[in-house]
Design a protein around this ligand. Structure first.
Ligand code: NAD
Length: 360
C-alpha cells in the first residue's frame, strides 16, 4: 500500500483529479490518499494558499499528486507552485511530450523529454516593484556600480543562475538519458546576450557533457532558434535541458506539438520528494463543466506509478489511454476535429472509457 498526498487544486483541478484518481484505482494498485487543500480554496478556508499541513503531508508521504493551482496575475498571493517547488527542493521539472496516434494536429513521432531547472532564474521571485523606495535604491546602486541608468519608473526582476543548480540539473539530464536509453541532450540558452547567467549555465553544461562523451551526445541551441527548430523538426530532438523560464515556455510549445495542454503530464522531483501534476493550469473558464481533458492528469499519474515502482500498472494504464485516443470516439472536445463536436465526451465519461480499456 502506498500513501500519497492528493491536492485537488483550483478551477478544473478537482474534476480532473477525481476522474484520474478513478483511473489509477482501476489499475488495482493500492493507494491511500491523504487529501489536502492548496490554492484559492485553501485561501478562503485557512487564510493561506499553502497551509503548513500541505508541506507536512508531502514531507511525510514523500510523493504527492496535484491538480493545477491558480496564481493571480500581477497581484495577490505569489505562486503556490513555485513555493512548493522551493520549500521541497524539487529542483527538476520533468515533462515528457509524446505523440499518441489519434491526436489531431500533433506532430507524429515526437517523443521529447523536457528537463527544466526549477529553483532559480527569473522564477526565483526576487522582484522589485516600480516606484518603491527599495527599487529606487537598487536603481541608484546599479548606477553607481555599473554606470548604467535604469529608468526610474522601472520594475525589476532578478535572474540568478548558479554553478551548483546548473550542474545539478544538467547532471540529472545526462543520468536520465543513461537510465532511460536516450541518446542526446540539448542545452538551451541565450548565452550570446546574457553572458553571465545563461553563459554560466552553458559553460557548466559543456563541462558536464565532456564527462559523458562517447555515452550521450550533446548539443547546444539558442532558445529562439530552438523554438523554430521545434516547430519545424521536433523529431530531431530527444532530451532538452533548460533554465527555469525557457523550460516553462518551451514546455507549452512542446505540449502544442503533441496535441495541446490537455494531454501533457509533468513532475517536479528532488532528492527527497516528488510532486506529479499535469503541465496545464487551472483553466478557470471551464471550471465545473465536466468538459476538459483528464489525460494530462492521468499521464502524470502514470509517471507517479512508475516512480512508486508500479511499472506494470503504469504501462497498462498508459496503453488504455493511448487506445481511447487512437479510437477518437469517447474523447474530450480538444481531441475532436471541431471543439463544438456534439459527440465529445465529458471529463468523467472519457475516464470511464479509459477504465474499461485497462487490461489485466
Ligand atoms: P491553462 O493551462 O489553465 O489554460 C489555457 C488553455 O489551455 C485553456 O483555456 C484551455 O483552452 C486549454 N486547456 C488547459 N487545460 C486543459 C485540459 N485539461 N483540457 C483541455 N484544454 C485544456 O493556462 P492559463 O489560463 O494561462 O492559466 C490559468 C491559471 O492556471 C493561472 O492562474 C496560472 O497561474 C495557473 N497555472 C497553474 C499551473 C500549475 O498549477 N502547475 C500551471 C500553469 C498555469
Amino acid at each position: 500500500m502506498h500513501t500519497v498526498t492528493l491536492i485537488p487544486g483550483d478551477g478544473i483541478g478537482p474534476e480532473i483529479t477525481q476522474a484520474a484518481r478513478h483511473c489509477l484505482e482501476a489499475t488495482g494498485v493500492k493507494i491511500k490518499w491523504e487529501v489536502v487543500r492548496a490554492g484559492t480554496s485553501a485561501m478562503e478556508k485557512y487564510g493561506s494558499p499553502l497551509p503548513s499541513e500541505v508541506i507536512e503531508s508531502i514531507k511525510r508521504n514523500k510523493v504527492a499528486w496535484k491538480g493545477p493551482i491558480t496564481t493571480p496575475v500581477g497581484e495577490g498571493f505569489r505562486s503556490v507552485n513555485v513555493a512548493l517547488r522551493k520549500s521541497l527542493n524539487l529542483y527538476m521539472c520533468l515533462r515528457p511530450y509524446k505523440y499518441y496516434p489519434g491526436v489531431r494536429g500533433g506532430f507524429q513521432d515526437v517523443d521529447l523529454i523536457i528537463i527544466r531547472e526549477n529553483t532559480e532564474d527569473l522564477y526565483a521571485g526576487i522582484e522589485f516593484e516600480h516606484d518603491k523606495p527599495e527599487t529606487k535604491k537598487l536603481i541608484d546602486f546599479i548606477h553607481s556600480l555599473k554606470g548604467v541608468k535604469i529608468s526610474d519608473d522601472s520594475g525589476i526582476s532578478i535572474k540568478p543562475i548558479s554553478i551548483f543548480a546548473s550542474r545539478r540539473i544538467v547532471e540529472t539530464a545526462f543520468r536520465y538519458c543513461l537510465k532511460n536509453s536516450r541518446k542526446k541532450v540539448t542545452a538551451v540558452h541565450k548565452a550570446n546576450i546574457m553572458k553571465f547567467s545563461d553563459g554560466l549555465f552553458l559553460k557548466v553544461a559543456r563541462e558536464v557533457a565532456s564527462r559523458y562523451e562517447g555515452k550521450v551526445e550533446f548539443e547546444e541551441r539558442l532558445v529562439d532558434n530552438m523554438c523554430m527548430q521545434l516547430v519545424q523538426k521536433p523529431q530531431n530532438y530527444d532530451v532538452l535541458v533548460l533554465p527555469n523560464l525557457y523550460g516553462d515556455i518551451i514546455s507549452d510549445l512542446c505540449a502544442g506539438l503533441v496535441g495541446g495542454l490537455g494531454v501533457a503530464p509533468g513532475a517536479n522531483i528532488g532528492d527527497e520528494y516528488a510532486v506529479f501534476e499535469p503541465t496545464h493550469g487551472s483553466a478557470p473558464k471551464y471550471k465545473g463543466m465536466n468538459k476538459v481533458n483528464p489525460t494530462g492528469m492521468i499521464l502524470s499519474g502514470v509517471m507517479m506509478l512508475k516512480f512508486l515502482g508500479e511499472e506494470k500498472a503504469a504501462d497498462r494504464l498508459e496503453r488504455a489511454v493511448a487506445e481511447v485516443i487512437r479510437e477518437g470516439n469517447k474523447v474530450t472536445y480538444d481531441l475532436k476535429a471541431h471543439p463544438c463536436d456534439p459527440t465529445a465526451a465529458g471529463t468523467q465519461e472519457m475516464a470511464q472509457v479509459i477504465i474499461g480499456k485497462i487490461k489485466n
